[in-house]
Design a protein. Structure first.
Length: 357
């Protein structure tokens, strides 16, 4: 999981660099935007001056400055517009990222401690020590005699060890698949965020130029609202990941306490809760755009919210389908695994017998 996390962190870093490298393209759109804005400013000023003259009223100069201010923003769009917005919002991103890093470090530390305590707890019990230690397994086999009861015990040990390894393999498989889907959901949100920001940034000068024209004034405010809302997806995602990491830390702390104080603690139940928790986290990631919309409202996002909700449902169905297929596959092979374990026990017993003779 640590290697997987590192690989996904590299992909997130690539998305950050992609956004930075795409920003110079904003300047290429500035020429077209200045032409549109200049023509719009001409009509904007001419219509208002003509209205004032027709009504024999004094010309109000202040409203006429709007197209010139918009044109100034278009000329220096990457610096004035994007630089200002990103500069104001970047401390929020940095703050949430630091919170996430702190919780992630704590989670990794407690997970290592739990794995160590789980191994020690099983080694303390002679009935389970041979399941996790090859040396203990070989030692207990050497202590057995050649009576029919000992041979049955030996076969049972092989079968129990095979079943334990099978259950552990299934559990690790489920966990790895769900952790992969969990990381993929975060990467999907970040990829969509980067794509939307790049499109809004590159075509931002055009949106500003169109807002000069009468009837399109709301384009400017809508562009700013949408940019800020999508920019906030990252800190909202970091906050969600921080909450999930904190919950995992609390779960690990509880498991560690139970392993230290309760000899009857069920590790299987704890691992099952963790798998269910991952499924909840996968679905929860797709609510990030909705939560960001609560912070700042932007029109035109309702259809995307519905699409994300449907995607979350499909993701949950996919996770359940993978789990069901894996269970069916394991059930089909469990009989063969037991047979192989019995055959291994017989081969081991016969080999020791021939060697002794």
């Amino acid at each position: 999981m640590m290697l997987l996390s590192v690989e996904f962190d590299n992909l997130h870093a690539i998305l950050r660099s992609l956004y930075t490298e795409m920003m110079p393209l904003c300047s290429n759109m500035a020429g077209v935007a200045k032409g549109i804005a200049g023509l719009g400013a001409l009509f904007y000023v001419a219509v208002r001056v003509w209205q004032s003259l027709a009504r024999a009223e004094a010309i109000d100069v202040y409203p006429l400055l709007r197209p010139f201010a918009v044109g100034f923003c278009i000329m220096f769009f990457p610096t004035i517009v994007l630089g200002t917005i990103n500069g104001v919002l970047s401390p929020v991103v940095q703050g949430t990222n630091r919170m996430l890093e702190t919780q992630t470090l704590d989670m990794n530390k407690y997970r290592e401690q739990k794995d160590k305590l789980e191994y020690e707890a099983m080694m303390r019990n002679p009935e389970t020590a041979y399941l996790v230690s090859n040396e203990e397994f070989d030692r207990q086999l050497e202590e057995l005699g050649w009576s029919p009861g000992d041979m049955v015990t030996m076969a049972g040990m092989y079968i129990e060890r095979g079943m334990y390894n099978m259950k552990k393999g299934i559990r690790d498989f489920f966990r790895e698949v769900l952790e992969l889907l969990f990381a993929a959901a975060a990467l999907l949100i970040d990829t969509l965020r980067t794509f939307f920001l790049v499109v809004l940034s590159i075509l931002g000068p055009i949106a500003f130029a169109i807002s000069v024209w009468d009837g399109f004034h709301s384009t400017l405010t809508q562009w700013i609202c949408r940019y800020v809302q999508i920019y906030l997806w990252l800190p909202v995602a970091d906050l969600f990941s921080t909450v999930l990491a904190k919950i995992q830390v609390l779960m690990l702390q509880n498991d560690i306490s139970e392993l230290q104080n309760n000899p009857n603690f069920s590790l299987e139940a704890s691992n099952g809760v963790y798998i269910v928790f991952l499924i909840i986290g996968i679905i929860g990631y797709f609510t990030i755009p909705t939560v960001a919309g609560w912070i700042i409202q932007a029109g035109g996002s309702g259809s995307y919210g519905r699409a994300v909700t449907q995607l979350a449902g499909k993701g949950a169905a996919l996770a359940g389908g993978v789990a069901g297929a894996a269970v069916g596959n394991v059930a089909g092979h469990s009989g063969r695994l037991v047979g192989r374990a019995g055959k291994a026990a017989w081969n081991h017993t016969a080999g020791k017998l021939f060697k002794r003779n």
